[in-house]
Write a protein that binds this ligand. Structure first.
Ligand code: ATP
Length: 667
């Protein structure tokens, strides 16, 4: 309900002469402001009471007395007519029989004097004796329109203090507001301040930060689990139709879509083979929509005592509504709702049928932006109602990945761990890994990495192939089940992968079969440090290079890394504690940053070295020379000839352990 509508309700009750309203809110400040404005509008005086300060403003000429509940109730009669009394945190006193009697006796006077008592706070416990004479109203959290106002104010504050503040278009503003819905106005302001201050561009992280503020909302229930949004759509290999469909649905949440009356999407059901990315898609969907992701634990819901599960379901769904916009994820529904289709005679079946019914009705009627993602590995125990057309916007079948998809998935998991894919023959590996799920392909990469590292080698095609050989895909043991599932889904579900890709896959497999792999004899292997650097593992490559050589001068390192990254530029390194002490200059920013990171994580160390070594390679920095590192501040820039090693210097290790990057021009 919107703030305006609730204020209208309160206004009409005050004007109709209601003497006692219980107002429940966790947002004292905002609602106090709203009620003060209302009092002005309807021309009533407003007096506030707290146990610490008593009535404010006090009656003129009154002498100070310790505030108490009984004193308050006496004082109310002394105020002129037509007043509102905003009484904070009164609930503890309502258990006192004297206070309760006093309040009941006071009600006729309040009515006669057109006064209303507003009992206001986060707890609403109405004693039985007052039920007939009072009204309870839950003051809602800020609606979109309310947050809009808060947002405009917050942004103008940020802009006031930050000249480079970011420019926002209408779509981005809408996303930023929706990302905090469900929070109080004050929480929303804090969240925006934290996420937006000092930024001059908007990226995905801003939304992820805002959404994570909603974590505490889900903590109100054991049945809802809040998920961090670490993966995005680019982390999903293949499933192009599904991704395409999803990005169109994401558009339907935009303000433009609202203006044009486009209905809010309801959700999708993903049916498919285990480990092929259904859960991953649920997570990436939430990130795509910039909504928090909440997983509903159906098993725990059903595990509740008899009669409790439906109540729990209703309360959890209303919690989800209060957090909206949100993605609600129902994982493995065939397990959660198992037995619904059974003989229907058992009490458990009856409960589950009702639960499914409650859920589907809620889903059909909900007017809030809640996108349901249900995932299932089989259809046997799935409630048929769930599969009926119109319940979900779409049913997708997620099959084992085809050749192109396998290649894509292998690439994603290599890149995720910092490896360049062009170092490997992924075509060959993807061809061999026919029948492997996405999770099993990821496992190949992980196993190969662990094995290579354990054997003191750099990841190579050989390790990947060995890991492939030792993995038996589930599809071998589950072939019949997968076949049956595929058959079932054929006419009932949309494929998550487009058919044209399947054709492309077949063609590609044909092509690959005739491809000759490079002849081993023609192949001159790179040293391990270079293999690492070539595979994108730059930090590991640098450490290996220094370890192999033992003691490396800066220009040597720059030269070695040159084929793998941009190495030269106007950046240099200096000692942090003594910033005029230059170590080397003329490098690129990325290379300087890598060296700084490695030194600060103590994987490599700076050692002072003899100037002659630099003379040998005829290179140096055009600055006066410093022979020994010193703690005394040097007034002008000086060069400390130094080298890099993997072991610390006996004497100067602490002095040279903190280095920084700065603009220093050429060496
Ligand atoms: P289950 O039914 O067993 O939960 P699932 O279909 O939900 O299986 P996920 O849990 O999404 O599968 O897959 C497990 C992991 O395997 C993912 O977190 C991801 O790392 C990897 N994976 C699976 N499919 C893909 C894919 N298409 N692209 C990239 N990674 C994938």
């Amino acid at each position: 309900m919107k703030t305006e509508a609730v204020l209208d309700d309160i206004r009409s009750r005050i004007e109709a002469g209601y003497p006692l309203l219980f107002l429940k809110t966790a947002e004292e400040d905002r609602w106090e402001r709203e009620l003060a404005e209302l009092a002005l509008e309807i021309e009533r005086g407003l007096v506030t009471w707290t146990i610490t300060r008593g009535l404010q403003p006090p009656l003129s000429g009154e002498t100070y007395e310790e505030p108490s509940a009984t004193r308050l109730l006496v004082q109310l009669n002394e105020y002129p007519e037509e007043h509102l009394f905003l009484v904070k945190d009164f609930h503890p006193y309502l258990t006192d029989p004297v206070v309760l009697r006093q309040l009941r006796d006071l009600l006729p006077d309040l009515i006669a004097q057109r006064k209303t008592l507003l009992l206001f706070g986060p707890v609403m416990k109405v004693p039985l004796e007052l039920e007939k004479d009072s009204v309870r109203i839950e003051l809602p959290l800020p609606a979109y329109e309310d947050l809009r106002e808060e947002f405009d104010q917050t942004i103008s504050e940020i802009r006031g203090s930050d000249a480079d503040a970011l420019e926002l278009n209408a779509d981005n503003e809408d996303r930023l507001i929706k990302a905090v819905m469900g929070l109080t106005a004050q929480e929303a302001r804090k969240a925006w301040m934290r996420a937006l201050r000092g930024r001059n561009e908007l990226n995905d992280d801003v939304f992820t930060t805002l959404i994570s503020e909603k974590r505490t909302l889900a903590s109100g229930s054991d049945l809802l689990e809040f998920y961090d949004l670490d993966e995005n759509v680019n982390d999903i290999g293949g499933l192009d139709q599904l991704k395409d469909w999803m990005s169109k649905r994401a558009e339907a949440y935009s303000p433009r879509a609202r203006e044009q009356g486009i209905p809010l999407p309801k959700g999708m059901l993903l049916l498919g083979v285990q480990g092929c990315g259904k859960s991953l898609t649920a997570r990436a969907t939430a990130r795509l929509l910039s909504f928090p992701l909440m997983r509903l634990d159906i098993a725990a819901l059903l595990g509740a005592q008899r009669g409790e599960s439906e109540k729990n379901m209703r309360s959890v769904l209303s919690l989800v509504e209060s957090i909206a916009p949100a993605v609600l994820w129902l994982d493995e529904i065939e397990k959660g709702f198992a037995g619904v289709e059974g003989d229907g005679a058992g009490a458990a079946d009856a409960t589950m049928l009702r639960l499914v019914g409650t859920f589907l009705t809620w889903m059909a009627e909900i007017q809030k932006p809640i996108f349901v993602v249900a995932t299932a590995n089989s259809v046997e125990n799935l409630p048929p109602e769930m599969l009926r057309r119109g319940r979900f916007d779409e049913l997708f079948f997620v099959d084992l990945p085809n050749f192109e998809e396998r290649k894509h998935i292998l690439g994603i998991h290599l890149k995720k761990r910092g490896w360049k894919t062009d170092q490997f023959n992924l075509d060959d590996l993807a061809r061999r890994a026919d029948g492997f799920s996405g999770a099993e392909l990821e496992q190949i990469v992980v196993t190969a990495l662990i094995d290579a590292f354990g054997n003191g080698r750099v990841l190579s095609q050989e390790e990947l192939e060995r890991a492939w050989r030792t993995t038996v895909p589930l599809s071998v043991t589950m072939e019949d089940k997968i076949f049956a599932l595929r058959n079932w889904a054929q006419d009932r579900c949309r494929r998550a992968t487009s058919d044209s890709r399947v054709t492309a896959m077949l063609e590609a497999e044909q092509r690959i079969d005739t491809t000759r792999l490079p002849d081993d004899d023609e192949f001159v292997p790179l040293p391990p440090w270079a293999q690492l650097a070539a595979a994108g593992q730059l930090k590991a490559g640098i450490v290996e290079f220094i370890r192999k050589d033992g003691d490396v001068l800066f220009p040597k390192l720059v030269e070695a890394m040159q084929p793998y990254m941009e190495v030269t530029g106007d950046q240099g390194l200096a000692v942090r504690t003594n910033p005029n002490t230059v170590l080397w200059a003329g490098m690129s920013q990325p290379l300087c940053e890598l060296i700084c990171e490695l030194v600060s994580s103590k994987r490599i160390y700076v050692h002072p070295t003899e100037l002659d070594r630099y003379k040998e390679i005829q290179k140096g920095v055009r600055l006066p020379i410093l022979k020994e590192p010193t703690d005394e501040k040097v007034p002008r820039a000086v060069w400390l000839p130094s080298s890099l090693r993997t072991a610390p210097h006996q004497v100067h290790s602490a002095r040279l352990s903190r280095i920084g990057r700065m603009k220093l021009g050429g060496s």
